[in-house]
Design a binder for this molecule. Sequence first.
Ligand code: KG4
Ligand code: ZN
Length: 357
Amino acid sequence: MLILGIESSCDETAAAVLRDGREVLASVVNSQIALHSPYGGVVPELASRNHLENIEPVVQAALTQAGVSLREIDGLAVTQGPGLVGSLLVGLSFTKALSAVTTIPYVCVDHIVGHLLSIFLEKEAPPFPYLALVVSGGHSSIFRVADYSTCTLLGRTKDDAAGEAFDKVAKLLGLPYPGGPAVSATARQGDRQAIDFPRAWLEGESLDFSFSGVKTAVANYVAQRKARGETLPIPDICASFQEAVVEVLVEKTLTAARATGVRNLVLAGGVAANPRLREHLRERGAARGLQVYLPLPEYCTDNAAMIALAGHHRFHEATRALDTDVYSRSHLGRPSGKPGKHSYGGPTDGGRPWPCC
Ligand code: KG4
Ligand code: ZN
């Protein structure tokens, strides 16, 4: 079965062709970094206009790279949410139009499900159940993944996402956009013990995260040094900030493993490309006898191969309906299934199916 995946939830226009849920025949990602760079963050209006220009050539490039024609495609898979509404609408509208003219059915995919399942693009994939730490620009959550269609949210950020904190700290330090890769590259020259930035463990064995405190601590540190006329030790700030974030992410994932008894850990999302996070989770996991699975960095950041893969596993839901809408906020893995509701299942929760189209 050949699935054409389409992703446009934020600032990457991406298309991929996947054979039989495993073999990536093509994965094309058109990044808008240069476009948003002067603003230090994604400008939603510019993002959607750029998706509009790029979506057709990117899909065409994926088909060419895969060496297949549209006639050979069995199904389309598209990101429905969460993300920027204007950006999501470009991908979904394009997919509906393509489906209408070709009669190829399409299936809607939750972007976070794409990240959760991205590990199946690798040769070595975990058995179910596994715990997934999803860390991106918009999300920092721990999920228990029971099978291809069921997960439970165990913890999530109460304020900033980890990637967002990286991006904001980078901006504060005058590093280029996107901040995550810039901070992690600069951190390589720094001392991670140089500055003792706070770790937010929250109450008890909480599996929730909070990254606004460490971000504010960096801002205060920078302001104080500037007020005293001192130069900023930028590599040390990057390394110490990164260590504070990584330590919390890793320790809470290990706490989740202890609480649930699940022994397989998966890292996903853009921040999962961070070398220090990968190294620390691998080391700490191994010390506890846990199996750690890491997707290639190119499958950590946004891509359409993970959307095609998630679509493959829910292809029985494929449709050609024209009234499907996008959504901006995630309600994945919460028993209520309602967007914006703050209650969600704990380790003993039986899990919920992914949200439907
Ligand atoms: O998953 P993703 O590509 O898009 C979202 O769904 O948000 O994640 C993007 C985020 C950005 O905040 C970016 O700064 C961060 O991932 N990121 C990193 C690294 N590479 C990307 N953060 C830390 N270290 C990295 N090496
Ligand atoms: Zn993402």
